[in-house]
Design a protein around this ligand. Structure first.
Ligand SMILES: Nc1ncnc2c1ncn2[C@@H]1O[C@H](COP(=O)(O)OP(=O)(O)OP(=O)(O)O)[C@@H](O)[C@H]1O
Ligand SMILES: [Mg+2]
Length: 655
């Protein structure tokens, strides 16, 4: 069988899809398992930041590069030459033993932590032999066919084979924070730099909305991100904790050199034999230098990581344990942390509060046809009761995003084409000019009726129910694509009403955390009414509230001034979550952020300790430092206790 040759970076977007597939020697059903194995050997693991590990024996030998060890060995060699072979042997044996202990401990600690990290590695859905498998992204090879949905990280530089309303965030590569649309097409998109090409997606970018099937072309260090990683130097930037440890080591080293020189000078000026004085000074230096400090730090942190794993916390970045111990502020989302996240659709009502079959039908059709990120709300609608979909055909959709907070699908039934919109209820009411009455008649939404509908919504919130608004309007048959601008002048059908019970234990955990010196703030995309209800149910007082709307009008300074008086932020979008987090950091807090959605990823990334959960979106898990195997605040609290005891046990300097 002839070997697959690699594609050049330009060819990925300039060649037609057929040629790409032929060159990659693959097809829409994917590679077979043996071929994938073979290619993995040829092309290496798909890890953009792979730092080539030298073999173990070289790693061991590299420890002898330590200047102190070299001087020690040379000096004792000299004394052996002058006849003192016994002390030479003793020095060599002691050096060997301490180097070996150091090496074995560190390698063992690191591999234990590596194993933990792998257990929460990001995985991709790949087609192999025609079936879909979930494999860790570093096992992907050129020629693999991968399916992407919203929330996924793009695993490698790839050509689009199919796409639906695909928007990706390329901030890591281009610095552009806004989603970029990507579409499969054969025509070179005319862009002269690859990240501008609309028919390819790159490693390190993430899917904001929509779906796609991609053919992987270049992996690991060959990706654009890989090149970037090499040019920036392979190591990730040192954290505050690592810098602290390094500074401490340097300080001790300098002191030692000074001491040794001083002792040596005094001895020589007293006319003691030079060799003997040197040996004495060296013995002093060896005694003073904490050669084993790095190993002790790694081993203590690794041991804590193992301990944490028993408490259902997986550590991805070792030094995060230290930050976890130092954390004095925790920002968290609502769903799953303060609530049970067992969302159920309890009823679907019209604006007046009466049960509405037509609103349910529209909600069901919208959730069923929506192909972007499947939210638990959609799952609750689809699980509630079966609805006969025969006769409904999907034409197009405008996927969910956290700015609009709604989803539209364009559908056809018989001779009627309709845009169905489902989303944040206040927004839906705002976008509606008419409403559907109980008898099916379409009436204007006059101010009085609008107030009545808003009152219905307020009542739902006050009783702790979450709601989505449903609206639609008919479009003409020539309408083939749906756009955000179509989401206006809707006919309001009603509300879907959900119950997500507050988590009974959350209140006690938050109080315990506050008592332990960790203030908790809640940042949610949901509305104020519902979140206030949850606070009341779990018995935590709301000190102050800021909404996303109010945040827009606050300067950074004003926000910082408000922060101490606010513990609840509602209807905030992903950028606002990030902004609040950065403001808290500017106030000097060590801030943890806990979240599980695409919308939490920017803040998770910027936090001192990013905490996510096992079932979270890939972007969130990739951005986090710690992964909880159980979505519960009490797990974080236990982690903090463990982190603090690590810091105390080690007694090493940090911040
Ligand atoms: N599937 C969906 N269809 C329509 N609208 C949705 C859907 N999912 C979410 N929304 C709207 O977007 C808003 C924000 O989403 P969401 O509640 O997931 O944000 P969040 O910040 O992750 O909240 P939380 O703190 O509860 O995790 C929701 O309150 C809802 O109004
Ligand atoms: Mg969320």
């Amino acid at each position: 069988m002839n070997r697959m040759e690699e594609l050049d970076a330009e060819e990925i977007w300039q060649e037609p899809v057929d040629r790409i597939l032929a060159r990659l020697m693959t097809s829409a059903v994917g590679l077979d398992a043996t071929e994938a194995q073979l290619r993995l050997k040829t092309f290496g693991p798909n890890d953009a930041a792979t730092v080539k590990r030298s073999p173990l024996w070289l790693q061991f030998l590299s420890r002898f590069r330590n200047p102190l060890v070299i001087i020690l060995l040379v000096a004792s060699g000299l004394s052996a030459a002058t006849g003192d072979v016994a002390s030479f042997l003793i020095v060599v044996i002691i050096v060997m033993i301490s180097m070996t202990i150091d090496f074995v401990q560190e390698v063992r600690a690191q591999s234990a932590v590596e194993a933990l990290r792998r257990s929460v590695a990001v995985r991709a859905t790949v087609r192999r032999n025609g079936t879909c498998l979930s494999v860790p992204t570093d096992c992907l090879v050129p020629g693999d066919i991968v399916e992407l949905i919203a929330g996924d990280l793009v695993p490698a530089d790839s050509r689009l084979l199919e796409s639906r309303d695909l928007f990706v965030n390329q901030a890591l590569l281009t610095g552009e924070p806004y989603p970029v649309e990507k579409q499969c097409s054969d025509a070179p998109s005319g862009a002269d730099d690859p990240t501008g090409a609309s028919n390819v997606v790159f490693a390190g970018t993430s899917v904001i909305s929509g779906t796609a099937t991609i053919a992987i072309c270049r992996t690991g260090g060959k990706t654009v991100l890989g090149h970037l990683a090499t040019s920036l130097g392979e190591k990730p930037p040192a954290t505050a904790f690592e810098v602290g440890i390094r500074r401490f080591g340097l300080l001790i080293m300098r002191l030692t050199v000074l001491m040794v020189l001083f002792v040596l000078m005094v001895n020589i000026s007293l006319h003691r034999p030079v060799l003997e004085s040197l040996m004495f000074a060296l013995a002093l230096a060896v005694g003073l230098t904490p050669e084993l400090l790095p190993m002790i730090v790694t081993v203590t942190l690794a041991r804590s990581a193992l301990e944490l794993s028993k408490r259902k916390v997986i550590v991805k970045r070792l030094s995060a344990i230290h930050d976890l111990g130092a954390m004095n502020m925790l920002c968290t989302d609502k769903t799953g942390t303060l609530t049970e996240a067992t969302i159920k659709l309890v009823r679907t009502i019209d604006g007046h509060g009466a049960e509405s079959a037509s609103a349910y039908a529209y909600a069901y059709v919208n959730s069923r046809f929506e192909t972007g990120m499947k939210s638990p709300l959609d799952e609750a609608i689809l699980a509630s009761s079966r609805f006969d979909m025969t006769g409904w055909k999907k034409i197009d959709e405008v996927p969910f995003d956290f700015e609009r907070r709604r989803i539209s699908v364009l559908v056809q039934r018989g001779a009627e084409r309709r845009l169905i919109v489902k989303g944040a209820p206040e927004e839906l009411l705002r976008l509606s000019g008419r409403y559907e009455a109980a008898d099916g008649a379409v009436l204007p939404l006059d101010p009085e009726t609008r107030r009545c509908f808003e009152a219905t919504l307020d009542d739902l919130g006050a009783q702790g129910f979450r709601a989505l608004g449903i609206g639609s309007h008919v479009v003409d048959m020539g309408h083939v694509t749906a756009a955000v601008s179509d989401e206006s002048d809707l006919i309001f059908s009603g509300f879907t009403v959900f119950l997500d019970p507050p988590k009974a234990s959350a209140g006690a955990t938050i109080r315990a955390m506050t008592a332990a010196g960790i203030a908790v703030k809640v940042l949610t995309g949901d509305n104020e009414r519902v979140t206030r209800y949850v606070f009341a149910e779990i018995g935590v007082p709301v000190i102050g509230v800021l909404t996303g709307e109010q945040l827009i009008h606050l300067s950074d300074e004003a926000l910082i001034g408000q922060l101490p008086k606010v513990n609840l932020f509602c209807r905030v979008n992903p950028q606002q979550k990030l902004r609040i987090l950065l403001a808290l950091k500017r106030l000097g807090h060590v801030v943890g952020f806990m979240g599980d959605g695409i919308n939490d990823a920017p803040a998770l990334h910027a936090a001192d300790v990013g905490i996510s959960v096992d079932g979270a979106a890939d972007v969130a898990r990739a951005a986090a430092d710690l992964i909880l195997l159980e979505h519960d605040l009490s797990v974080v609290r236990e982690g903090v206790v463990c982190g603090r005891s690590t810091v105390q046990r080690r007694g090493a300097p940090g911040r």
